[in-house]
Design a protein around this ligand. Structure first.
Ligand code: ZN
Ligand code: ZN
Length: 205
């Protein structure tokens, strides 16, 4: 009888633990579901930056994107350096940030250094920004933006790509293809179609 009670007690204990575990698993699933919905943009200042440049980008983004976090600034990783032109490879940088991003996070690298990517026939072509479409990493540089107050347009263009938007045929839309030029002066807003897409992703537009 004593043994029977002991076995019964152990069984009860075991079943309690199992319940507890399955409740925990359910809880985790709910958290995962929540994270999938609300993406967090993590701003990573890289290489050359100033406090004003970082703060302005952070406050501009906070107005339109639901969750934004500012990370401490870091040096440019040396593997991305392209010595012949003294600039950094944007494709290497976004591949590196993609690995750092956890579920539900998008990394946005911001810099005042020049960045580049391969655009055949040019093996190293200077650009303002690059982002996965869709994806969890992008980078935006103000180096090639003539009027620096238009820099936020490059930032939201790249974030628009990570949210799944392709280039847009409207010449006034922030998702316009720059085709190697600085057209930020002509960009006024997101067009109705691009706006609707981003609103679904939680942007306040
Ligand atoms: Zn683009
Ligand atoms: Zn558009």
């Amino acid at each position: 009888m004593k043994y029977f009670c002991l076995i019964l007690f152990s069984l009860l204990l075991l079943s309690c633990k199992q319940n507890e575990r399955s409740e925990k698993q359910q809880g985790n699933k709910q958290v995962e579901k929540k994270n999938r919905k609300a993406v967090t943009i993590k701003i990573l200042p890289l290489g050359k930056t100033t406090p004003v440049f970082i703060q302005n980008t952070f406050s501009d983004l906070k107005k339109i994107v639901p969750n934004v976090q500012l990370l401490p600034k870091e040096a440019m990783p040396s593997f991305a350096y392209y010595k012949p032109r003294n600039r950094y490879r944007a494709d290497s940088l976004i591949a590196w940030m993609r690995k750092r991003a956890a579920d539900g996070e998008v990394y946005l690298g911001i810099t005042m250094d020049d960045i580049s990517t391969t655009k055949l026939p040019n093996p190293d072509h200077g650009i303002m920004g690059l982002g996965y479409q869709p994806g969890n990493a992008c980078i935006a540089s103000n180096f090639r933006v003539r009027d620096k107050k238009n820099y936020y347009k490059v930032v939201i263009h790249e974030l628009g790509h990570t949210a799944g938007l392709p280039h847009c045929p409207q010449p006034f839309c922030f998702m316009r293809d720059a085709e190697g030029k600085d057209v930020t002066g002509e960009e006024k807003e997101f067009c109705a179609g691009c706006k609707a897409h981003l609103k679904k992703a939680g942007w306040r537009l």
